[in-house]
Ligand binder design. Structure first.
Ligand SMILES: NC(=O)c1ccc[n+]([C@@H]2O[C@H](COP(=O)([O-])OP(=O)(O)OC[C@H]3O[C@@H](n4cnc5c(N)ncnc54)[C@H](O)[C@@H]3O)[C@@H](O)[C@H]2O)c1
Length: 256
């Protein structure tokens, strides 16, 4: 029995590393999947890869900027029009900023808050009526750095801490409506974003995969699928007694 048989899931940032891996795994587990991303080329590539890997995958792709408030209602409307229901929302779209707080510009602050936090808030709000109808759930993708501070990415880390807070409040408010709300906090995950970032410094994917990371017990990068599995579990009925949880998928960073 597939773990998401009969379910309909929306995944934002669905053309990126973790989003596309989650989309593929959800399709493998029987879900009908709506991928949302603002990058049309990456979306086309992600959908082609998923269809090649999962024959018969049922996929709808929406090329939209989730930071636009109007996108939220449109995503829910297109999903329910295509599939008649919504069971799972994975809020995964995110951007980074590498400005130290002493140099952080207002413009960067505004954009990262819009993409990383407000898009989650707006889409969750618009999805709740449909999720209440199916007693569905939300999985928010935060970061280990929501709870493990570091230097250099204060704006990003603040948005991720806010997502953890939003997750708990929403879980509190929605429990009586039967909607579960959880967060996954990935650690260093070798997605195309990071592969491209390090390629610009002359480092290959193979070198990154072989590298020993000193900041977590497992001492290596995660593959995107290793983050998709915790998301799948929280999204599935196997986690029916789990809400307001913040699941660290960071190779054991917090204990160090
Ligand atoms: N990769 C990591 O090491 C890591 C670690 C912790 C948390 N995360 C989080 O996981 C999530 C996915 O990360 P990833 O590494 O797969 O990143 P990624 O950059 O590969 O994917 C992010 C996707 O989101 C899309 N996106 C960005 N802004 C958008 C917008 N406004 N509207 C629609 N789509 C938008 C991008 O086009 C991209 O396809 C992010 O929220 C990220 O913060 C990643």
């Amino acid at each position: 029995m597939p773990r998401l048989g009969g379910k309909v899931a929306v995944i934002t940032g669905g053309a990126g590393g973790i989003g596309a891996a989650t989309g593929q795994l959800f399709c493998e587990e029987g879900a009908r999947v709506v991928l949302v991303d603002r990058d049309a080329a990456a979306m086309a590539a992600a959908c082609a890869a998923i269809r090649a890997a999962v024959p018969g995958a049922v996929l709808l792709d929406l090329v939209l900027d989730t930071a636009e408030e109007a996108s939220a209602a449109r995503i829910v409307a297109e999903t329910t029009r295509a599939f008649g229901r919504l069971d799972v929302l994975v809020n995964n779209a995110g951007i980074r900023s590498y400005e130290p707080l002493a140099e952080a510009k207002a413009e960067t602050w505004r954009r990262i808050l819009e993409v990383n936090l407000l898009s989650h808030a707006f889409l969750s709000r618009e999805a709740l009526p449909a999720l209440r109808a199916t007693r569905g759930n939300i999985v928010n993708v935060a970061s280990t750095h929501a709870v493990n501070p570091r230097a250099g990415m204060g704006q990003y880390d603040a948005t991720k801490a806010a997502i953890v807070s939003l997750t708990k409040t929403l879980a509190f408010e929605e429990a009586r409506h039967g909607v579960r709300v959880n967060a996954v906090c990935p650690g260093a995950t070798l997605t195309p974003f990071h592969v491209r970032r390090f390629a610009a410094q002359g480092r290959t994917r193979e070198a990154l995969e072989a590298e020993r990371l000193e900041n977590c017990l497992l001492a290596r990068w995660a593959q995107p699928r290793e983050i998709a599995y915790p998301i799948l579990w929280l999204a599935s009925d196997e986690a029916s007694y789990v809400t307001a949880a913040v699941l660290m998928a960071d190779g054991g960073m917090k204990v160090l």
